[in-house]
Design a protein around this ligand. Structure first.
Ligand SMILES: [Cu+2]
Length: 155
């Protein structure tokens, strides 16, 4: 009897451990910027909360675009540019906040124009080999003018 209980307990413990590994990173909020149908690129902005140790977001995949790249906005000699990054680090028990003024996920080569309020799945890839799918909405935002003005210099 005691032996069976111990075995069951170990099983529960094991299940909980693997569950928490998957759920360490949580989507807080996010959106994809709606663009006119003639514009083939857009950007995704989202906030992730990390309940575990430091982790790096190393890539994003999505069915809606040919490529998704990690970008950041930097100022070089007074010129604001977008640069590709290999990863975004999320501190242990910290947040990653993507925003029009800084880090973002660039969606390049949209396969078809996105509709406002459409839900889009993004597969997030982390440096520990785990993946997580988040679903965020296509939204019209006025606050993203900064990023829009730079679209002319992009590619
Ligand atoms: Cu960009």
């Amino acid at each position: 009897m005691k032996h069976i209980f111990k075995h069951a307990f170990n099983f529960i413990l094991l299940s909980c451990t693997s569950f928490s590994v998957l759920a360490n990173v949580m989507l807080v909020e996010g959106y994809i910027r709606a663009m006119p149908p003639s514009v083939p690129n857009t950007a995704a902005y989202f906030t992730l909360m990390n309940h575990g140790p430091e982790i790096k977001l190393v890539g994003v995949e999505t069915a809606i675009a040919k490529e998704a790249q990690l970008h950041t906005i930097v100022e070089e000699a007074g010129v604001i540019k977008m640069k590709q990054r290999m990863s975004f680090t999320i501190a242990a028990h910290g947040n990653l906040e993507l925003a029009p003024s800084g880090d973002h996920v660039m969606l390049l080569g949209l396969k078809q124009p996105l509709k406002v309020d459409e839900d889009v799945d993004l597969t997030l890839k982390f440096d520990d080999g785990t993946e997580q799918v988040i679903s965020i909405k296509v939204t019209k935002q006025d606050m993203t003018k900064q990023h829009g003005e730079m679209e002319h210099h992009h590619h």
